[in-house]
Ligand binder design. Sequence first.
Ligand SMILES: [Fe+2]
Ligand SMILES: [Zn+2]
Length: 344
Amino acid sequence: MSFYNCSCFFSRNIFLHKYGLHVEYFSKDAFKKTYGSILNKKGCTSDEAFNSVCIEIEAEVDRRKNAGQASLERKETIAKGYQRLHPEIFTLKEEFLDKEFLELVNRCKTGLLSDAEKKAIEFNAANRLFRFPVFTHEFCDKLVEELENFEESPLPKGRPNTMNKYGCLLDELGFNEGFLVPFRIDYVSWITRCLFPDWGGDSLDSHRVFSVRYSSGEDLDLSYHYDNAEVTLNVCLGKDFTEGDLYFGGMNTESRVERTNYVVYTNQVTYGLLHRARQMHGALPIDSGTRHNLIIWMRSSAVRNNLCPMCNDLPQLEKDTTNGYGQGFTEYQENVETVNVCTI
Ligand SMILES: [Fe+2]
Ligand SMILES: [Zn+2]
């Protein structure tokens, strides 16, 4: 199957770190009209500062236009030049997975979780947040060591997104075919089928997986946002850290962000938090130590072909040139049952 991007990737949801702002950019003039006074209030008061914001944005748009090809090239360079520290972890084995996780998957394979089983993994019922152990401690330690080993290597690194400057793309590192594909299809999809069938959890067909790292002197926190996916599994891998809780708010629907009180979740090593990707969330600042999380964005083309979550419109398809998953869109098919993404 061929996957596609939505063309909004080249003009929308561009994050300005310095001002903590997501913007869209079609031209410098249009940008000034829309964002001039907002930026001014946030401290961007001179022409020079405004121009440097525009240069930053144009560089980001260029990066996005070349991202597919650049990623493919990095992946090939890494495949040739990277000396794996723990080669055995690149192929998924059941022994990497926590026993409770395996039991949960098996229960989900029966098609229905009982209320008690659901309750046991519910972190917050109202927000449909679920938590459960995913990997063993031993596996988490090895994966963190592998990520740090790669980080220290001189090889090229693609960063997860504009919001996280540290961390890496697991596909580029070589985890996709042997690990991530079977992990999604044979394990996590069974859980999402039971818990999020109304959000594409029963029709996931691609993913984007990356690690994020928070540490003093690097990224400390993560601004409030939603993910470009249908369902997200966020697993804490370690190491030692204090603070850095995640917080969740309302859903980002087509027309508005629902306002609710925040729900705060404390990261626990080996545990994953499963949530609807369009649930607004962020990470509070870490206080000490280093925190690595594995972020698994899972996508359903049946859902997103009808509505791109980033522009809230029918996706304008642009073919992914790398033969990868792109942003998980596929060509619209008349006979695919439409799914209404705007629930609740
Ligand atoms: Fe996120
Ligand atoms: Zn779009």
